[in-house]
Design a protein around this ligand. Structure first.
Ligand SMILES: C[S@@+](CC[C@H](N)C(=O)[O-])C[C@H]1O[C@@H](n2cnc3c(N)ncnc32)[C@H](O)[C@@H]1O
Length: 337
């Protein structure tokens, strides 16, 4: 865990309390906690029961998320997905249903018992496209530009240095990739006696950042916020949490943010057939330095085969293809080194 961002908080104590809490969540999901859990919570938040039926029951029992974001996440077949603070793996397993055999989902968590449970379930139930790694989300053990989608549920509020996490998300996301998360924020700044209480942190209250500051940390990392919605179905159940929620506007939100691709040159010639488009792309690429990006807009359906094939042939990298309408396609092509 990171140490700088909240001066009066005992970070070592907080990390231990968070680990203790979520070890219990993994091992004894049917005990009483300060927060709702399990399948009842998941269905209440908006998870599709048919999808829940396709993933390990034990992962659902230990689900301790705070919102639903999969409509925002729009995960596609073949995507590489990273789940920050994956817990016992419920969201990771849901994501595997969407990425299919050609994609992969990687969960990261710092609590051994959560990690072991998720790993064991993935083996037991044959989720070969899911893997789980021990790590801190403030320093992710992954290369730059390696994931299409980053997801996270009820985790970032537990971490003192949120800016550091969003910087890491920006680093590991591919250009054009996005982050879809659910988390706890507050409308007003929380007073010191709430912020410095490690037990309230571990229950997803004390670490709730003021919502504008939370959004600024995301924007300062370089991500563009596309949308935020309140998860009104999430309720705090302990009295202290309910009172903080009422007094300071502590609430659950789902948020979508994107790592925008910065294209230097744009190419759009309406009506241009794919056969003539690829020579035009070749010509436009001459103006770019290696690593710079060309945006190509095409209204010829056959470009959906032609442009990726041209990129493979020439070694230039197709960063992203957006099939906007039935005919219109946007390609982002990065010039090879
Ligand atoms: C509220 S639980 C949510 C787990 C899971 N996302 C879910 O929805 O059930 C928070 C999880 O985040 C993990 N966590 C908290 N802080 C972390 C950090 N700095 N690095 C990695 N994992 C962390 C905890 O171990 C715990 O498993």
């Amino acid at each position: 865990m990171q140490t700088e961002a909240v001066p009066n908080l005992n970070i070592a104590d907080l990390e231990q309390k968070v680990k203790n809490m979520y070890r219990e969540v993994a091992l004894r999901p049917h005990e009483k906690y300060h927060f709702e859990m399990g399948r009842t919570l998941a269905e209440k938040l908006g998870y599709d029961p048919k999808q829940l039926d396709q993933i390990p029951r034990e992962a659902i029992e230990s689900f301790a998320g705070v919102g639903f974001f999969f409509d925002y996440a729009s995960i596609k077949e073949g995507d590489k997905v990273l789940d920050l603070g994956s817990g016992s793996g419920m969201d990771s397993f849901i994501a595997t249903l969407k990425v299919g055999k050609t994609g992969s989902v990687t969960g990261v968590d710092m609590t051994d018992e959560q990690l072991q449970k998720a790993e064991q379930l993935s083996m037991q139930y044959g989720f070969t496209n899911a893997s789980f790694q021990k790590g801190y989300i403030e320093r992710l053990p992954f290369d730059d530009n390696s994931f299409d989608v980053v997801i996270s549920n009820g985790v970032i509020n537990l971490c003192p240095d949120k800016a550091k996490i969003f910087n890491e998300v920006f680093r590991v996301l591919k250009p054009g990739g996005h982050m879809a998360i659910a988390d706890i924020v507050s409308e007003k700044n929380l007073p010191d006696n709430v912020v410095c209480d490690a037990t309230l942190w571990a229950s997803c209250i004390g670490g709730a950042a003021q919502e504008d500051e939370y959004a600024d940390a995301i924007k300062n990392a370089g991500l563009d916020i596309i949308g935020v919605i309140n998860n009104d179905r999430y309720a705090f159940i302990s009295l202290s949490a309910q009172s903080a929620s009422k007094k300071y506007g502590v609430k659950s939100v789902s948020l979508l943010a994107e790592k925008k691709i910065q294209a230097l040159v744009h190419l759009f010639v309406p009506g241009l057939a794919c056969a003539n488009l690829t020579p035009a792309i070749k010509h436009a690429m001459k103006d770019l330095q290696p690593g710079q990006v060309l945006e190509v807009i095409s209204d010829d359906f056959s470009s959906r085969e032609g442009v990726p094939a041209w990129c493979r042939l020439t070694g230039n990298k197709l960063l992203r293809e957006i099939d906007e309408t039935e005919d219109k396609t946007i390609f982002y092509i990065q010039k090879k080194n």
